[in-house]
Design a protein around this ligand. Structure first.
Ligand code: ADP
Length: 649
């Protein structure tokens, strides 16, 4: 049933070639018990590994169960490993931290035949370890471990068992037990091929093949193949049951979870890496966005489409003078009538003054304004009312106070109806201005607003006004109106052309807002970049842990392949593990990130909110890194021949 023809195997060691097998031809009958002997280095193991389908020959042909093995694709080869051969290693190669029962059942995970538990436990019974089913390899003696390994080799009812020095690591009592077990299996019809270099062991074999320097030097039959052995084996093999994607995935999930749980600290570290990265991204993006939003609301509360006209400086005969460009009330009318596109305009006089109420003093800014100012500055009082045209006309001493004045002077009490003194003149408070917050270091709520005429005739005593605040009807007109203002005012005040450039100043709030928005955008980009870096660092951490994990488990991959795992089984296993780790870290990271966001939002008072896209970015990015860097080494390992992977340290 096994035909070997002119097989060679050459290993490349640096510059030199090691010829482990130099043209071996053999036929091994079904039911035989073959011992392969020879001194160390003669090529015994290499031959056994090739027959056991764990390695491929450099040249020559190997036919197992009527199939030319060297021509089989990887998946067919895996199927053959599952169905035809069971391999018993000198080093047992059991999965650590995994029970005897699960070790025995491992090949069934890939072949999916029958009920795992039942079969595995009946085989454990067969090798005399029924009571040890739930012990891990560390809790078993060498002989017991080897018996578990034999049970594992038997689980798919192979026709051939290959044993590479199965007793090499055992005491003489265990050695006897293992040999007895192998003889018994042979009597049941299983072909046994055993590598050994001890003569007394070879005595129980039917045929002894001796090797030296990669060649067969003698081939002696001690006894004929047992008659019943030929008869008893049912040659029909159970076909692998059809694959069921969902059930498969579920089982892989179980396996993945199992191996994650057996490496708790490593798993926790991987999860932590993702967690920190995701939390950072979620929180930073939320904070950046919150800051931006709060700047925008503050800016828009100052009034939209606003231009502020002020006098600049002119020089008369070399002396700086502002007289020519002084603004007064008549200019307000002239401007709003003379320039197209202006919806409202209000004069403003700005003075600093000491105000007092009930023995308390406060220095604040007094703004004399006209009625349109209420709309221009979005300053409809939150309590009380704005002053009326009549009150302005008759220079009434009324005023509206900002929130800071309410707090500092009135201790937060409702001041409407109270009378305060501005520069010792009594004013009646008729309203409270809406809160505008801070812009930079300026407190926009530290002010008292009074009628412009009251300001001129009762406080300043001069007709001169500081600025004209102008609301432009359409945003797209802002620039044009700004230009018109210069030329209109220069003409109106007869400013000579040489002075025209500096006579007046116009502040464009929209452009200031643009600058602010741009700045805050840059800031939040910066925050996001910092977060992305931390995510990247987290990702590199995962990659590192994944690489270590896969490298460390190359042996395990080799074993899984040796018992018949497809390369894609190996890939799926690692993929499932990466996904579980990434998902755990991702979910925990989102939770932590949201908490941080909430905390920062409360501290800064910004309207921070966790957005869906920041969660998506963080998750996709971190999982992607985890998966890619986990899969890459796994794929590399899954491409190794089983024996190469098994040999890795
Ligand atoms: P035996 O089992 O008889 O001790 P082996 O089959 O293990 O012999 O090895 C045969 C020869 O091939 C030895 O010279 C050994 O050094 C060499 N060899 C075995 N495996 C490898 C390998 N993976 N890489 C390089 N040389 C190897």
């Amino acid at each position: 049933m096994i035909h070997i023809h002119n097989i060679t195997k050459t290993y490349r060691l640096g510059q030199t070639d090691v010829h482990a097998l130099c043209g071996i031809s053999l036929t091994i009958e079904q039911g035989d018990f073959v011992a392969i002997m020879g001194p160390s280095g003669s090529g015994k193991s290499t031959l056994a590994q090739i027959i056991g389908l764990l390695d491929s020959p450099t040249s020559g042909s190997l036919i197992v169960a009527d199939k030319e093995v060297s021509k089989l694709p990887e998946e067919e080869l895996a199927l053959m490993r599952r169905q035809e051969v069971g391999f018993v290693f000198q080093q047992f190669n059991l999965l650590p931290r995994t029970s005897a029962l699960k070790n025995v059942a491992l090949p069934l995970f890939y072949s999916k035949t029958g009920s795992e538990e039942e079969r595995a436990s009946s085989l454990l019974e067969k090798v005399g370890l029924k009571t040890r089913a739930h012990h891990t390899p560390a809790e078993l003696s060498g002989g017991q471990q080897q018996r578990v390994a034999i049970a594992r080799a038997l689980i798919n009812s192979p026709r051939v068992i290959l044993a590479d020095e199965p007793t090499g690591n055992l005491d003489s009592q265990s050695e006897k037990e293992i040999l007895a077990l192998l003889s018994e299996l042979n009597q049941q019809g299983i072909t046994i091929i055993m590598v050994t270099h001890e003569d007394e062991i070879a005595e129980i074999a039917h045929r002894v093949i001796r090797m030296r320097d990669g060649k067969v030097v003698s081939d002696i039959r001690n006894r004929p193949i047992a008659e019943h052995a030929l008869l008893s084996l049912n040659s029909s093999k159970e076909a692998d049951s059809k694959s069921q994607p969902i059930k498969d995935l579920w089982e892989h999930f179980g396996q993945g979870l199992n191996s994650l749980l057996t490496n708790k600290i490593r798993t926790a570290l991987s999860v932590l890496g993702i967690l920190i990265g995701v939390a950072a991204v979620v929180a930073m993006l939320a904070v950046g966005r919150g800051a931006q939003k709060s700047i925008e609301t503050q800016l828009s509360s100052l009034g939209s489409n606003l231009l502020v006209l002020r006098q600049g400086s002119t020089r008369v005969a070399g002396v700086s003078s502002a007289a020519a460009s002084t603004l007064n009330l008549s200019d307000v009318d002239a401007v709003s009538k003379g320039i197209y596109g202006i919806s409202r305009a209000s004069p403003v006089i700005n003075t600093k003054a000491q105000v007092s109420w009930s023995g308390k003093n406060w220095a604040t800014s007094i703004q004399g304004v006209d009625l349109p100012w209420e709309q221009i500055r979005n300053s409809t009082p939150t309590q009380g009312r704005f002053f009326t045209a009549e009150e302005n006309q008759s220079r009434e001493r009324v005023g509206l106070v900002g929130a800071t004045v309410v707090k500092e002077l009135f201790g937060g009490r409702n001041p409407i109806g109270e009378t305060l003194k501005i520069n010792k003149i009594s004013f009646l408070i008729i309203g409270i201005l809406p809160v505008k917050g801070n812009s930079g270091f300026r407190d926009n709520d530290d002010l008292i607003v009074i009628p412009i005429k009251t300001s001129i005739y009762r406080l300043s005593g001069s007709e001169r006004i500081d600025s004209i605040e102008i609301e432009v009807r359409k945003v797209e007109d802002l620039d044009r109106v700004e230009n018109d203002l210069y030329s209109f005012m220069n003409a109106r005040k007869n400013i000579p052309a040489s002075q025209a450039e500096n006579a007046f100043m116009v502040n464009n709030l929209a452009s200031i807002r643009d600058t602010f928005t741009q700045t805050s955008k840059t800031m939040s980009m910066l925050l996001a970049a910092i977060a992305a870096i931390s995510l990247l660092v987290g990702g590199i951490g995962i990659m590192n842990i994944m690489l270590v994990s896969v490298t460390e488990r190359t042996k395990e991959i080799g074993l899984r392949k040796a018992v018949g795992a497809f390369p894609r089984d190996i890939l799926t296993q690692f993929l499932v593990e990466s996904v579980v780790v990434s998902a755990l870290g991702g979910v925990a990271g989102i939770a932590l990130g949201s908490l941080i966001t909430l905390a920062l939002g409360t501290i800064t008072g910004w309207a921070t909110s966790v957005s869906f896209d920041s969660i998506a970015i963080a998750l996709v990015f971190s999982c992607g890194i985890g998966i890619i860097f986990g899969i890459y080494p796994a794929q590399k390992a899954s491409k190794l021949s089983p024996i190469q992977a098994l040999r890795s340290e």
